[in-house]
Design a protein around this ligand. Sequence first.
Ligand code: CAA
Length: 248
Amino acid sequence: MTTRIAVVTGGIGGLGSEICRYLARAGRRVIAADLGARAERIDAFRAEMADIDGRVAFEPVDVSDFDSCADLIRRVEAKHGAVDILVNAAGITRDTSLRKMTPEQWRTLMQVNLDGVFNMCRQVVDGMSARGFGRIVNISSVNGQTGQFGQTNYAAAKAGMHGFSMALAREVAKKGVTVNSVSPGYCRTAMVMAVPEEIRNQIVAQIPVGRLGEPADIARTVEFLTADDAGFITGANIPVNGGYFMSF
Ligand code: CAA
């Protein structure tokens, strides 16, 4: 079987690191791409990945910078080979009500969460199309579907990822490349644990399953969508939210 090369942005983050682990265990060669400045986190990540050593490499990238993304893909291709799987899991929050939101809080979030998806997909889509195989998964959020108090910026970016994914899915469908989004609900990550406890408890009380999601709940969905035999699922959004938001 061909060893597929997977790049995961936000690869040392709360969801990203678990996605790396799942893809590596599924036999992929994984490149965790994340901000190089998070040095202490990189060491911890290497220790966490020790059990699957050799399958997961780290490469620095700033997804908000187009040239940095281009440079990342050049390095990955030179060291490991062509990219078959791209998971855009890099994301930040800048929560505050709109009446207090600064242009900087709006822009910074958009540059990472939405420009980042364009910046990365743009680097890999030609190669995937030419080789006739590709899997792109964009990690969105339930809050892109429902909105959330204090998240006009985040909800706009996450909803935007759906439109992007559907449009790109149409462009590359005939080339063996699928593009999907996954919309996690509230999961046990540092990002969610930073929500004030009282508000977080109110949210958990509204999750029918009765608990926060685990990063593994998201990672196994990404593994499923990126499988070689998942070629008929494209332009889809998979909600993984414990029933917090149900729709069809
Ligand atoms: N619902 C209803 N009312 C709220 C509220 C809420 N969630 N939060 C604040 N308010 C009220 C305040 O009590 C305040 O009332 P008064 O004016 O009567 O005092 C009023 O709304 C205005 O609040 P502020 O303008 O001061 O709001 P703020 O700028 O301080 O922001 C907030 C409040 C910290 C953003 C808070 O609303 C909050 O934490 N919201 C939840 C954010 C959240 O869930 N983020 C998810 C992060 S994790 C993630 O995003 C991962 C994922 O994909 C799921």
